[in-house]
Design a protein around this ligand. Sequence first.
Ligand code: FAD
Length: 413
Amino acid sequence: MNKVTTDVLIVGGGPAGMSAAMAASANDDVRITVVDDNPRMGGQIWRAELGKIKSVEAQKLIALFDQEWITIVNNASVFARDGNSLLGETPRGAIQIEYNKLILATGARERFIPFPGWTLPNVFGAAGLQALVKGGLDVLGKRVVVAGTGPLLLVAAEYLASRGAQVVAICEQTTNRKLDKFALGLWRSPSKIIQGISLRSKLRGVPYYRNSWVSTAHGESELRGVTIQHFGKTAEVECDMLACGFHLVPNIELAQLLGCAIVDGFVAVDDYQQTSVSNVYCAGEPTSIGGVDAAIVEGKIAGFAATGQFKQADSLLRTRKKTTAFAKSLHQAFELRDELKTLAASSTVVCRCEDVQYGKLAEYDDFRMAKLQTRCGMGACQGRICGAAVEFLFGWNDRSVRPPIFPVQMENL
Ligand SMILES: Cc1cc2nc3c(=O)[nH]c(=O)nc-3n(C[C@H](O)[C@H](O)[C@H](O)COP(=O)(O)OP(=O)(O)OC[C@H]3O[C@@H](n4cnc5c(N)ncnc54)[C@H](O)[C@@H]3O)c2cc1C
């Protein structure tokens, strides 16, 4: 096994992790190691397009990562802990990294809510389809319905249109009232207003339905069209692809494994992004879903605080207050409506790994019994997809975590 020792270990090379590394590196005396499970740094938002990104902040971070005093370990999934070290799996075998300070910047994933047909080929997550296109998938001329909830719907729709897809409709499940309240609250973040206006103008001509969701995806071997609900009416829409995601779910499994306190589904942190476990910090989406600006400022605070640069961390607290308020408003605006709980039919698959249908799960009162009897959440993704779904559908939120948090080859275990 390859063994590495570092002063500051950062898990996750997205905007939060990269910013943490930048801040920590202002202290010349520390060795920094960043581990990420993807072949390239940049996280969900930048990874596929590093080098082409216009954001000045991103350019600074990318330049920093070319410096040799930060050790980067790509293609490494951290799956367990061993005392003051973490264990990861790389294509070259296992790696053990011992640290003094640890910063968790593990990001988030999309939330999926099951409805009839959601497992058909050509049904994707909204951000997931965008990520696939960034990675080379061709959508030229494809008719795409974008649905679900959250600001990522517009981002994804605009990106898909820019790559030649014909976006047929955007269906946002939240209400007019919540969206209007969210838009009014944006006066505190002018850059977000500009981004919103720019996205809407680029999507001019694409129908944008509020109070609307996909209730069924139709097709035999692949998607042919969808049924859309809109203000109590239904409409059939033909399409080649459905991009459907219901906001994001934080990746908190590693924090849970380390014993960090979790409050309302997020890692609890103090002003300096310190978790309830000493010397363990957390930044970005695991602490709240607040977008890239929140991830960057939290990453910087964590990096500064972990390396004793408290004055620099203090100078960012006001900015973080704003990003935290924005995250809260996102949460309120895009809360899932109860009607989505009624979409799945008895035969709709909820746990794709273990092929468990809604009707089977409905026989149980809690996740533990459902797991024991049906294996729901015990497949390869370890409940990362169905866990959030059953939490919404049945109110089961007793997801426990144990190592390895990702499937690992026997020889590395
Ligand atoms: C699929 C997807 C696409 C998105 N696309 C956009 C977009 O185009 N525009 C936008 O504004 N926002 C996008 N977002 C939202 C975006 O994630 C946030 O705005 C923000 O960038 C989050 O930054 P972060 O550093 O907290 O997390 P992330 O960018 O998610 O970075 C976390 C990194 O940690 C890695 N990781 C997690 N666990 C481990 C582990 N155990 N071992 C090793 N590595 C690990 C992840 O693979 C990831 O690379 C997207 C989100 C998702 C889920």
